[in-house]
Design a protein around this ligand. Structure first.
Ligand code: FES
Length: 117
């Protein structure tokens, strides 16, 4: 049965910020993307790095030959070990959306952030 866990107050994680903490023995990264909160398990599916310590950035988008399109700024989490990229909003990897890090539901109530796991 999933339980809700208090992870932070909204003022603890400003826009663009993150908080990494342990919940039920699992390390989780909670991210604030423009006022929306997302929680990801801190384990990269490639070789198990603490992915939530990676850079939050953007990425190159599909484009025509000789074109360079950059986008999704502030929405991509890049693993610090080998650079695999994940969409923070979904937890899915950019190279194959069938795979990704575990994502937990997040809710905000009375200025408190909760995750369900
Ligand atoms: S462990 Fe994350 S990309 Fe290799």
């Amino acid at each position: 049965m999933p339980d809700k866990h208090l992870v932070a107050a909204v003022e603890d994680i400003p826009p663009g910020g993150r908080k990494i903490l342990k919940v039920k023995g699992r390390e989780v990264g909670v991210f604030n993307l423009d006022g929306e909160y997302y929680a990801l398990k801190n384990v990269c599916i490639h070789q198990g790095a603490r992915v939530c310590l990676g850079r939050v950035t953007g990425t190159t988008l599909p484009s025509e030959v000789y074109e360079f399109k950059y986008g999704m700024e502030g929405r991509i989490l890049r693993c610090p070990w080998h650079g695999w990229e994940y969409d923070i909003t979904t937890g899915r990897s950019l190279f194959d959306e069938k795979v990704g890090v575990v994502k937990y539901p997040v809710s905000v109530e009375d200025g408190q952030i909760y995750i369900t796991m």
